[in-house]
Design a binder for this molecule. Structure first.
Ligand SMILES: Nc1ncnc2c1ncn2[C@@H]1O[C@H](COP(=O)(O)OP(=O)(O)OP(=O)(O)O)[C@@H](O)[C@H]1O
Ligand SMILES: [Mg+2]
Length: 353
């Protein structure tokens, strides 16, 4: 499995746990190596009080440090004894793209990539952390995946984690970690991984070997609930209840819920189509290759009937991704409850590094 992390201080001998920080929650997962692969040893989720992180920006460092410490202490399963961790960073702030480069030696490539980054990102080299990897070697060119994150996004997270007593070994763009855990080792094909979170939705095109593209949109669980509340003229809490209980199952196409969903999901559908086109244009070697299927995860994947809705709208296979695709259940110390599993995809992907 490819290890594409934007900043990595990785030492393969150290086992690290995954810590996924969003605006509203901290999710933790730790795996242990077994003879055959990995087993789950601990997991946990802690809500982050309102106002500590807003749109990915840390607003209250002191309180966040406390919340992180508590989250680590309160995990279920085995106690976390290592300070080494891999953390997620919001896709919104990142730049990930496949660029086409003339064939050249690795050393020359490193130099050429610097220039390419300068051309693609509105920040200077001193202001970013970046990483790259050759993913395709064609006779006339190389396809190179480049990822970059602004230091001003990364450094505050690094600071907070260190203050919480942790030793971050890698920072990864959320969707890259998520794709790693959903795609089973050895599985062939290309997939569109969609993480529907509380505040945003991240999309990644990936195969077993590589990430091709990531992007995100403001469409989210919360925005959908708000749209439902608005359309049905009910409170946010009532709308949330309807969403959780009914979802998109067995809905009459004429019903208000279905119509609201259709209208609201249009942003997501449009973005998915854009991603599918991007893959055919830029990433697939034969230009005829298509994405094999859509895999959904994040809390929003629990919306009943969503996979079927997406596969009908897009006329392609869509399913709920399994965040434990690369984890052995039999040797696991603890089990994540079914209804929470989709939310742990990013944390598990970070732990799997
Ligand atoms: N059965 C369900 N049906 C619909 N939505 C659900 C269901 N269960 C959970 N959710 C939604 O999932 C959301 C939480 O998702 P998740 O844990 O992926 O968010 P997050 O990772 O904290 O946020 P983000 O990735 O946006 O920063 C909540 O807003 C909740 O309403
Ligand atoms: Mg998330």
């Amino acid at each position: 499995m490819m290890k594409f992390s934007t900043i990595s201080f990785l030492n393969p001998k150290i086992t690290q746990f995954g810590i996924d920080l969003s605006d509203i929650s901290i999710k933790i997962a730790q795996l242990k190596k077994t003879k055959k692969g990995y087993a789950l040893s601990s997991f946990g989720r802690k809500e982050i009080a309102k106002g500590l992180i807003e749109e990915g920006e840390i607003k209250n460092e002191e309180k966040l440090v406390e919340t992180i410490k508590e989250a680590v202490k309160e995990v279920k399963g085995e106690t976390i004894k290592t300070p080494y961790c891999a953390a997620s960073l919001p896709e919104t702030e990142s730049f990930v793209e496949v660029i086409r480069m003339p064939a050249m030696e690795k050393k020359e490539m490193a130099e050429a990539i610097k220039w390419e980054i300068e051309a693609h990102i509105p920040l200077s080299q001193e202001e970013i952390y970046y990483d790259w990897q050759i993913i395709g070697r064609e006779p006339d060119h190389f396809d190179v995946i480049v990822g970059a994150l602004p230091k001003k996004t990364v450094d505050p997270y690094l600071d907070v984690l260190i203050k919480a007593g942790l030793k971050p070994m890698a920072f990864e763009i959320e969707s890259i970690a998520t794709a790693r855990t959903l795609i089973k080792k050895g599985e062939s094909g290309a997939f569109l991984v969609i993480d529907i979170g509380a505040k945003k939705t991240s999309l990644a095109i990936a195969s077993n070997k590589s990430i091709f593209f990531t992007t995100s949109i403001s469409f989210s669980n919360i925005s959908f609930t708000a749209a439902l509340a608005d359309s049905l003229n009910i409170s946010f809490e009532e709308a949330k209840k309807i969403k959780m209980e009914k979802g998109l199952d067995d809905l009459d196409p004429k019903s208000r819920i279905f119509q609201t969903a259709r209208l609201h999901f249009a942003e997501l559908i449009a973005k998915i189509k854009e991603c599918l086109d991007y893959y055919t244009d830029r990433c697939s070697a034969s230009r005829k290759e298509k994405i094999d299927k859509i895999m959904i995860c994040g809390g929003g994947a629990n919306l009943s009937g969503l996979a079927l809705f997406l596969s009908r709208e897009l006329e392609m296979p869509a399913e709920i991704g399994n965040p434990l695709a690369n984890v052995e259940l039999i040797n696991s110390v603890i089990k994540i409850p079914e209804e929470e599993l989709s939310s742990y995809a990013t944390a598990l992907g970070l732990a799997l590094e």
